[in-house]
Design a protein around this ligand. Structure first.
Ligand code: UD1
Ligand code: MG
Length: 462
């Protein structure tokens, strides 16, 4: 017999969110609520095959997400959402083979591994143990009724005036001895204000049968459920502040902690400096000594050491090696790599390109599907014409090339090592090693033209 399983309830409608997105897929920073809950469970060493997630309302989307992110986690369907008691009962076939079970509301992204560990340890003590917290504003949470040696829960809508005064509330985290829960789960009724089957009623039923129930208190900050957009915003704020505090503690300098957002999977290093109004998302990593300038948004970006993002750079799924400089105002995306000491400057877009060591793309350029060797200089306004309407074609620029301003590379096309282009060239053919490619009309001057035309016509207008 397997000893412990964890059941996460994520089938509810989330009516109070007033959104078409299933509640547990709403993001806290840049990860869905359910992601935090499952990570927390896995972080205490529960094997993913012992974790079940109940899905129902919007369940296809939740299932799709989970299959991609946590393929070993068991998906359990609750086809009709008749309450948390009904949810747990509908997964009976799955959990009845375990000895103990933790049941968690799927809307608790701030819960910490320590609380979960403590809850797991309670499986030895009681037939059911719940986590509670003392809510400053207990709102619609279930109220905790403590007896001499037992605990039960009354839902807010069923509570009397005096019970509503109670500030100790149910967090939605339960440790059950499976044998005990098995006895009472079928006895829960929907005879209450919401006509729902309440899981918290299991405690009352256990108490009536002489089974043991208990509770322990955890801090409110980590036990807040997400039921409304306002609670989501609040939980996101707490998560944001926690992550920022963690990185400050690791030696990162955050100039304005109030305006910086850092996702949970971001990895920073000591002596990274983050200027105001920066967002770091996804699996972004930043090496020591790097500076992320104001207004920059990085997603799945890998930055080496001493990278200088001057300001207003958007960097997605790309790598900037040691000592790279970028910005202000650049967009670097789709597996672009900037090798050591290279530079992407003002109004520059780099897509799926490799910029060699020490090379510079300083102003007003688009390099798409291009490879640049080392020590290349790209003159202002140069672009790759990489798309012919059907295919994306490659541009190859060798080492030590000098590209004149406003060069158009009509891809596929190549500049061999040491080649140059004249400013304003449209390059459609390979430029051989150390040669100059000139691809523009020759200039012709027409004498006195202005006197005869232009200036005459406009005379007196200014
Ligand atoms: C629940 C508790 C309440 C507690 C609070 C803590 C019940 C009846 N009440 O209330 O005592 O203080 O959590 O946050 O349990 N779900 C299903 N299937 C359903 C209904 C709900 O899977 O049929 C899931 C939801 O997706 C959610 C969780 O169960 O993740 C809790 O449901 P929710 O509607 O948020 O319950 P609360 O009203 O918050
Ligand atoms: Mg809730």
């Amino acid at each position: 017999m397997n000893s412990l399983c964890v059941l996460i309830m994520a089938a509810g409608k989330g009516t109070r969110m007033k959104s078409a997105i299933p509640k547990v897929l709403h993001p806290v920073l840049d990860n869905p609520i359910i992601d935090y809950v499952i990570r927390n469970v896995l972080s205490v060493g529960i094997p993913p095959e012992n974790v079940g997630v109940l899905v129902g309302s919007g369940g296809e989307r939740v299932e799709e997400y989970l299959q991609k992110k946590f393929p070993e986690v068991k998906i359990l369907w609750q086809h009709e959402q008749l309450g948390t008691g009904h949810a747990v009962k509908s997964a009976l076939e799955w959990w009845q083979n375990y000895e103990n079970m933790i049941v968690l509301n799927g809307d608790l992204p701030l819960m910490k591994p320590e609380s979960l560990k403590e809850l797991i340890s309670c499986c030895e003590k009681n037939d059911c143990t719940v986590i509670t917290f003392n809510a400053e504003n207990p709102g619609a949470y279930g109220r905790i009724l403590r007896g001499e040696n037992s605990v039960s829960i009354i839902e807010f809508k069923d509570a009397s005036e005096s019970q509503r005064e109670i500030h100790e509330v149910n967090a939605g985290c339960y440790a059950f001895r499976v044998k005990a829960l098995h006895e009472v789960i079928g006895l829960i009724t929907n005879d209450n204000a919401q006509k729902e089957y309440y899981l918290p009623d299991a405690l009352k039923l256990m108490n009536e049968r002489g089974m043991s129930t208990g509770a322990f208190v955890m801090p409110e900050e980590q036990m807040q459920g997400v039921n409304t957009q306002s609670e989501l915003a609040n939980v996101s704020r707490v998560m944001r502040e926690e992550i920022i505090a963690r990185w400050l503690n690791e030696g990162v300098r955050i100039v304005d902690t109030g305006s910086v957002y850092i996702g949970v999977d971001v990895v920073l290093s000591p002596d990274v400096v983050i200027m105001p109004n920066v967002q770091l998302w996804g699996k972004t990593t930043v090496g020591t000594g790097s500076i992320i300038g104001s207004g920059s948004i990085l997603r799945n970006a890998t930055l080496g050491r001493n990278v200088n993002i001057i300001a207003y750079a958007v960097i997605e799924n790309s790598t900037l090696n040691d000592n790279v400089k970028a910005g202000p105002f650049c967009y670097i995306r789709d597996n672009t790599v900037l090798e050591e000491n290279s530079f992407a400057g003002k109004f520059v877009e780099l897509k799926n390109s490799r910029i060699g060591r020490g090379s510079k793309v300083p102003h007003l350029s688009y390099m798409g599907d291009a490879t640049l060797g080392h020590d290349v200089n790209i003159g202002a306004g140069s672009i790759t014409c990489n798309y012919d309407g059907e295919n994306k074609n490659k541009t190859h620029i060798g080492n030590n090339c000098f590209v004149g301003s406003n060069t158009m590379f009509v891809a596929p096309v190549e500049l061999s090592d040491g080649a140059a282009t004249a400013a304003g060239s449209v390059i459609t053919q390979r430029v051989p090693e150390n040669s100059l490619g000139v691809g523009r009309a020759r200039q012709k001057n027409i004498a006195d033209w202005s006197l005869r035309n232009h200036h005459q016509q406009h005379k007196g207008e200014n």
